[in-house]
Design a protein around this ligand. Structure first.
Ligand code: ZN
Length: 151
């Protein structure tokens, strides 16, 4: 496994739309392992492939230690409610913004074994799912923030 370089806000990579994964090759599995290690090393709770310079629709999320979700070609299929909370990004270290997100979301994705599954998340997990799915479409939390969080 390897720790990858995380690209920062201002890098055009973060504004591109990532391509779907058509085949889960050993290379894709290695990328997922590296993304998990990179996310943990950076102390984050989510990471999307464009943040490590790979324009593929892949994200990893770990809002609860030891419980990692691997999302390949994720698609949010339902959402409900609303929450207004602070949000940050590993590509914008040290900064936070207040965003409005759904309280609960359901995402459909594929795991590394090629199995499709659905994940329902509320609160922080819902925010992470929205945040990481946005990355795959070249969107950043600052696009939806109501205001930056002041120190
Ligand atoms: Zn982010």
């Amino acid at each position: 496994m390897a720790i990858l370089k995380i690209v920062k806000f201002g890098d055009p990579m973060l504004r591109k739309v990532a391509r779907p994964v058509e085949e889960i090759t050993p290379r894709i599995k290695t990328l997922i392992d590296d993304m998990i290690q990179t996310m943990r090393a950076a102390g984050g709770c989510g990471l999307a492939a464009p943040q490590v310079g790979i324009l593929r629709r892949i994200a990893v999320i770990e809002v609860e230690e030891g419980k990692v979700y691997e999302l390949i070609n994720p698609k949010i299929i339902a959402f409900a409610g609303e929450q207004t909370e602070s949000e940050g990004c590993l590509s914008n270290p040290g900064a936070y913004g207040i965003t409005k997100r759904p309280r609960a979301v359901t995402v459909r994705a594929t795991d590394r074994n090629g199995n499709e599954y659905e994940l329902r998340g509320t609160d922080l997990l819902a925010r992470a799912i929205c945040h990481e799915c946005d990355h795959l479409d070249g969107k950043l939390y600052t696009d939806v923030q109501i205001r930056p969080l002041e120190d």
